[in-house]
Design a protein around this ligand. Structure first.
Ligand code: Z5A
Length: 211
């Protein structure tokens, strides 16, 4: 079982994915919690380059680094875990490339679909939960978290304009509309416990989860 979590900055993906992992483990499932970029050894190096502010990346170079991260992650981490019968929960995956590099950066979406297919060897999630809330609310959550942590520097992509993040959100809405069987929109404005319950309700839909 392969489940991915997507959404705009600060939508609550990392919070929800930890809650889902704990809930599934409590039912006796073996869970791998991972993320993109950065779910493999190579990915951790690429994450530093992709999200740090020191590099002025061309959009195509940025795309290639996300795809390299994904190819290594799928081949070396995700597929082996699925073959062991584990449930893989992944914080961002191929839909982020469509939303960020396609809808927001303006790269051709059809070609991105093909490149994702190549990078993943056609590995498509069984379920994708898009945590959805207005961009300004997500950015405010991230700013509050940064202030709590005493950090002052934004990541390279966090620092993009509000209209960039709004294009990302439109991208996720389009993906959800195009693939209603795989992709479910979760309203992430309510409290964390409500969002977690909504995620678990989707995972427990008949026919999906049988552990
Ligand atoms: N990217 C890309 O461009 N192309 C790609 O192909 C891929 C990724 C794979 C990864 O950043 C970046 O890479 C990302 C897209 C791009 N853009 N940026 N920057 P990341 O992994 O560092 O960050 P992120 O994925 O955007 O996550 P995030 O900003 O940390 O947000 P989150 O995981 O969705 O939210 P959270 O950490 O769970 O919650 C944020 C705060 O809100 C936190 O203080 C929580 O306690 C709080 N929170 C969470 N839920 C709630 C609710 N329900 N109510 C109130 N407060 C809440």
């Amino acid at each position: 079982m392969f489940i991915t979590f997507e959404g705009v900055e600060g939508a609550g993906k990392s919070t929800a994915i930890r809650g889902v992992a704990a809930s599934l483990e409590a039912r006796g499932a073996k869970v791998l919690l991972t993320r993109e970029p950065g779910g493999s050894g190579l990915g951790r190096e690429l994450r530093r380059l992709l999200l740090g502010t020191s590099m002025d990346l061309d959009p195509l170079a940025e795309l290639c680094l996300f795809l390299a991260d994904r190819a290594q992650h799928v081949a070396r981490i995700i597929r082996p875990a699925l073959a062991r019968g584990e449930i893989v929960l992944c914080d961002r995956y191929a839909d982020s490339t469509i939303a960020y590099q396609g809808f927001a950066r303006g790269l051709d979406v059809e070609r991105l679909v093909t490149l994702n297919d190549i990078a993943t060897g056609s590995l498509v999630p069984d379920l994708t939960l898009v945590l959805d809330l207005p961009v300004e609310e997500g950015l405010a959550r991230v700013a509050a978290r940064r202030a709590d942590a005493g950090a002052d520097e934004e990541g390279r992509i966090d620092a993009e304009t509000v209209s960039f993040h709004e294009a990302v959100r439109r991208g996720f809405h389009r993906i959800a509309a195009d693939e209603p069987g795989r992709v479910r929109l979760i309203d992430s404005r309510p409290p964390k416990e409500t969002v977690l319950a909504a995620c678990l309700a989707e995972i427990d839909r008949p026919g999906l989860f049988s552990a």
